[in-house]
Design a protein around this ligand. Structure first.
Ligand code: A5P
Length: 233
């Protein structure tokens, strides 16, 4: 099966789960990326879906537009304290449910909305499952002011000459810039420590390490037999 078809089958499973195993009028946080896009497409095929949910919080303009297109009510984080489920893809996920996210540039909103959720359900094909985090470059969103100093402060944490920071061309929805850190190889403990250190650098808006209260509780993925669910403590 192609990677896209695997993502579609994961998305189909997740759409059925969300409409059949959640309370009516619940609130869902919806991530960003191709797997999420397939999930929204699948929700659009379920006639009851738009009425089942009170609404959804969206993590990007692209996701919001797709949700509106299938009739989902869009809610704003300002009006809500807590949501039942946050559902999103990942760029990498390890055996503890820790992730690298932000390949699509939406990491800041993703992290905020994930932090409001009682549980994070990750939907990711099994190519995203890794032993160590960091083969996928770690995105860090910065305010553009004094970019060279901020990047210098970020790189000084690592003390590793093999690392490099590459700036993306595009500006984010928050008017930030994203640099991707290449060459990391992080255990869970490393990832937890690094996330905390990056959060302390002035000018860093958010980093793409999802640990602590934003790590995954469940992973919907695939193996050779079909869909499998992992749960993390
Ligand atoms: C978006 O910013 C990322 O966090 C996505 O969750 C990630 O890039 C996964 O994308 P795909 O579903 O396209 O693999």
């Amino acid at each position: 099966m192609s990677q896209d078809n695997i993502k579609k089958s994961i998305a189909k499973y997740a759409a059925k789960y969300l409409t059949e195993n959640t309370e009516k009028n619940c609130i869902i946080g919806m991530g960003t990326g191709s797997t999420v896009n397939y999930l929204i497409d699948e929700l659009g095929k379920i006639p009851s879906a738009s009425k089942h949910f009170k609404g959804m919080l969206s993590t990007s303009i692209a996701t919001e537009q797709k949700l509106r297109d299938i009739g989902i009510n869009i809610l704003t984080p300002k009006d809500i304290q807590c949501i039942e489920i946050y559902i999103d893809g990942a760029d990498e996920i390890n055996s503890d449910g820790l992730m690298i996210k932000g390949g699509g540039g939406a990491l800041t909103k993703e992290k905020i909305i994930a932090s409001m959720a009682q549980q994070f359900i990750c939907i990711a094909d099994n190519s995203k499952i890794v032993d160590k985090l960091g083969k996928f470059p770690l995105p860090i969103e910065l305010i553009p002011l004094s970019e060279p100093i901020i990047i210098q402060n970020i790189l000084s944490i690592f003390n590793n000459a093999a690392l490099s920071a590459r700036r993306r061309d595009s500006i984010t929805e928050n008017h930030g810039i994203i640099v991707d850190i290449h060459g990391l190889n992080l255990s869970s403990e490393d990832a937890i420590n690094l996330e905390a250190k990056l959060n302390q650098i002035p000018g860093v808006i958010a980093n793409g390490l999802f640990t602590g209260n934003v790590k995954a509780k469940y992973l919907v993925t695939n193996n050779i037999d079909g869909i499998v669910i992992h749960s993390y403590v």
